[in-house]
Design a protein around this ligand. Structure first.
Ligand code: NAP
Length: 259
């Protein structure tokens, strides 16, 4: 995806994956700082990377995780474009920034923190947060006072929600679903942060129930596009990025479903 954007922009830089073991992260990021390398960080390094950066953007500080970095005046700067990527995916699905919206959020990890950071910027939205490990939901909600309320069950989270966000790792490897699609409130929009070829089973089932729904691919492309903008100060060719992930180009939008 980034390689396609670089080619489209005629920027002669290689984007390559490095498989880094957790004990080696500090050494690798130190090397990148010396060599003026920019890039992305993914699971399981996002939180550790935020502790290793010399400077964090405000949003990376709020989320406590870094997915994008670059070097500025010899200092490693960490940012989190998952937040903006999720925001853009929601706007793409709903056609507008949510306002006065009740949101059900399933999950309590790093992705859920990015969702809460985005929701914190939306006018008068409240998030009911459910996670398998309740203590983790409580701790996460405490970081977003006035926005997030931890609840004891997924049903409590879903009550009255008009946007349902799934942010656990369920459904990554198989067709397991986080909750029965019949439990999604009528008319609610659905975003699954998980993505798989052909979309997740849960998104397909939610759409079959009449919900507008998308999986994590729009967020993936958008967080990558925002990272590109941070590195080069110019927007990438999103259509090229969409083609690279093997889906419909932006503009000729992927099916979002019907009501
Ligand atoms: P994480 O920090 O490791 O958190 C994992 C979450 O999944 C926790 O809430 C965990 O609950 C929950 N979980 C795992 N297995 C479960 C199970 N069997 N039943 C119920 N809950 C379970 O991971 P993350 O970074 O938040 O990522 C979560 C998902 O979001 C991943 O699938 C990732 O690929 C996706 N994601 C997508 C994008 C995108 O661009 N689309 C960006 C970021 C992440 P406990 O706390 O109880 O363990």
């Amino acid at each position: 995806m980034q390689s396609a954007a670089l080619t489209a922009a005629a920027i002669p830089i290689a984007y390559a994956a490095w498989d880094v073991e957790p004990p080696d992260l500090a050494t690798v990021l130190g090397f990148f700082t010396t060599e003026n390398v920019a890039g992305n960080v993914t699971v399981p390094h996002k939180q550790a990377a935020s502790r290793l950066c010399g400077r964090l953007t405000a949003v990376a500080r709020v989320v406590g995780a870094v997915n994008t970095f670059w070097v500025e005046d010899g200092v490693l700067v960490g940012d989190n474009t998952d937040v903006g990527g999720f925001h853009n995916a929601v706007v793409r699905l709903r056609g507008a920034v949510p306002a006065r919206t009740r949101i059900a959020l399933l999950g309590g990890g790093g992705a859920a923190a990015a969702v809460l950071a985005a929701a914190a910027g939306w006018p008068r939205c409240e998030v009911r947060l459910w996670n398998r490990t309740h203590e983790r939901a409580v701790a996460l909600a405490a970081r977003f006072p006035g926005v997030a309320t931890p609840v004891r069950s997924a049903l409590d989270a879903l009550a009255g929600a008009s946007l349902v966000v799934h942010a656990t790792s369920i459904g990554m490897m198989n067709d397991e679903m986080p909750i029965d699609p019949f439990l999604i409130p009528s008319g609610a929009d659905v975003i699954d942060l998980v993505y798989r070829p052909g979309e997740t089973a849960w998104v397909r089932a939610a759409r079959a129930e009449g919900h507008r729904a998308c999986d994590g691919l729009p967020m993936l492309v958008e967080q990558g596009a925002l990272a590109f903008e941070r590195w080069f100060g110019q927007p990438p060719d999103r259509a090229a990025m969409w083609r690279a992930v093997g889906d419909a180009p932006a503009g000729a939008s992927r099916p979002l479903g019907r009501r």
